[in-house]
Design a protein around this ligand. Sequence first.
Ligand code: GDP
Ligand code: MG
Length: 289
Amino acid sequence: MPNGTIQSGYALVAGLSNTGKSSLLNALTKSQISPVALQAASTRMPITAICTPGDAQICFVDTPPLDGNFDLSIIDWVDVIVLVVDIKTLDKDLTNPIIQNFLRRVNKKPVVLALSKSDFVKPEHRSAYVYRAIYTNKFTDIIPVTPPLDHGIKDLLHSVLVNIPKRIRLFPRDITTLNSQRFLISEQIRTQLYSLLPLEIAGETAVQIEETSQRDGRLYIRANLIVSRASTKGIIIGRKGQNLEHINKLSSQTIGRFTGEKCRLDLWVKVREAWTTNKADLLEFGYVC
Ligand SMILES: Nc1nc2c(ncn2[C@@H]2O[C@H](COP(=O)(O)OP(=O)(O)O)[C@@H](O)[C@H]2O)c(=O)[nH]1
Ligand SMILES: [Mg+2]
């Protein structure tokens, strides 16, 4: 191995919707980079967080759900895959055609199975689930995890790390993500919409960051919530502005946790008729490339 090489590479975090992928990525990288919602809210585009155990670098990539907007070609450029399966639905999920198709496509790459939400199963019963997954002969390792309690995270990190090859460093020493701060902030706000609004309204609301700057020792963010129908505007604002205030409060909290700074969020609701069906608008709001 030439001098100057280190373990440096990509680990994909994939799974069905709402299985705990984003919570797991945050726990693995000790960050709050990927938004976690109370209600199912899909990650739209890959979100990256880099962790540096010892001299190594692992760029974890949180992805849209396998049963959603997942692009299988992303598999080709990662070194190892963490497949996240909810321990409660393990049997059903292992025979789910979407998971089976994913595993066929993965081919010879190492796949570590993370049995998520393992707090729902008594500790003494967890090994039975691990044995069930071993039977399939598809996984390099199988680890029960509970990201909010930090359970299993160290073991999972170790299993990923042994599959990261040595090569010339891929990332500068001091970066924690490959995404822009603007994009990550907009995703934090967008995800909170799913916690507070009906699904169809949250799904038709784009978030556009107009300004991020420092004001009075705080991170100032001015953002627009863009709705596709005039009638939706009032719903988002709510009676006496209560809904918008709630969205603002929750988003400010999650942005504060993610950036580590106090922030002042200035939210505006704007209408762009039928943006969800207009290619130029979809491009502008980052929904297609
Ligand atoms: N009880 C429990 N809840 C979890 C766990 N991991 C995630 N969650 C919750 O499950 C929901 C979905 O998590 P999220 O990480 O957003 O899932 P994703 O859609 O796969 O990214 C959120 O409400 C999380 O707080 C876990 O290990 N135990
Ligand atoms: Mg997610």
